[in-house]
Write a protein that binds this ligand. Structure first.
Ligand code: UTP
Length: 277
């Protein structure tokens, strides 16, 4: 139903310095697989094959990851290591990859606007690969797609966060229209302590209708000079055109050290319980 998924991967990843000095944050592995591969797998599992990356300086490793590596593949051919490349090879065969660059890192909204040339005039998904999601049943993107199919409006994934962490997120205000589904009336990016309208925080999975590009173009940068996707979504929300869905599953904020370690432990336990390594 959707053809394209945008991955904004241009951010500096300063919370992971020095690891991210010359390596993209999105290439950090959870066990033996980089974060960005989990994200692309999620898009493909939701039936989306057109993958667009908004990259920046120092992010070439992402392009190389989604390409063949003849020498390496030749080396492991016929050995017991060959199976480790099956998953990535399938992604390369089944998806198409396109790239554009964000020259100045002016925030997530700006990065999405930079991706306009890759998307065109159609609804699209956005995945922030540093939010690692494991859906219950369908993937989180798959769950959002089901809602989009019915309503044809922008849909954001939300989760309940503890009060003391609300100020780190974009938070929604809205009315619950059916179980776990909210019609959004307002959104506040990183609300000051005690001012949040709810503790329902937006996480890194979105489905956006293409009018968002025009809105982003009109959206002024915030005090830090960043164009926030939340500010653009507020404009759609004021017209009743944004839904928020409390997804079923787990999310790990792998842009933070604690979330990254939690995700690693979670995946390792899963692997051990399957007796695979
Ligand atoms: P973050 O808020 O995690 O920022 O961006 P960051 O720069 O990557 O990391 P820190 O805070 O310095 O550690 C969320 C997502 O938006 C992308 C990032 O790559 C990440 O996937 N992003 C952010 C851009 O593509 N461009 C930007 O200008 C900002």
């Amino acid at each position: 139903m959707l053809n394209k998924c945008l991955f904004p991967v241009a951010g500096y990843g300063t919370r992971f310095l020095p690891a991210t000095k010359s390596m993209p944050k999105e290439m950090l592995p959870i066990l033996d697989k980089p974060l960005v591969q989990y994200g692309v797998e999620e898009a493909l599992s939701a039936g989306i094959r057109g993958i667009g990356f908004v990259t920046g300086r120092g992010k070439r490793a992402i392009e190389d990851h989604f390409d063949v590596s003849y020498e390496l593949e030749d080396q492991v051919r016929g050995t017991n290591k060959e199976s480790a490349l099956v998953g990535i090879r399938e992604l390369i065969e089944q998806c198409t990859f396109s790239y554009t660059r964000q020259i100045h890192m002016q925030g997530l909204g700006h990065a999405i606007l930079c991706g306009r040339s890759l998307i065109g005039n159609e609804p699209f998904a956005v995945v922030l690969a540093d939010d690692l999601c494991f859906g219950e049943g369908a993937s989180v993107l798959g769950q959002l797609l089901e809602i989009f199919a019915e309503h044809r409006l922008s849909v954001v994934a939300i989760e309940e966060v503890p009060d003391e962490r609300v100020h780190q997120y974009g938070v929604i205000a809205g009315e619950e229209v059916s179980k776990d589904l909210y019609r959004v009336s307002d959104m506040i990016e990183k609300p000051e302590q005690g001012t949040a309208p709810s503790n329902l925080a937006i996480i890194g999975r979105y489905i956006l209708t293409p009018d968002i590009f025009e809105i982003l173009q009109q959206t002024a940068p915030d005090t830090r000079g960043e164009i926030q996707i939340t500010d653009a979504l507020v404009q759609q929300a004021k017209q009743g055109k944004v839904l928020a869905y409390r997804f079923k599953g787990q999310r790990f904020d792998c842009g933070s050290l604690a979330g990254y370690v939690d995700a690693t432990n979670f995946c390792y336990e899963e692997l051990r319980s399957k007796g695979e390594k």
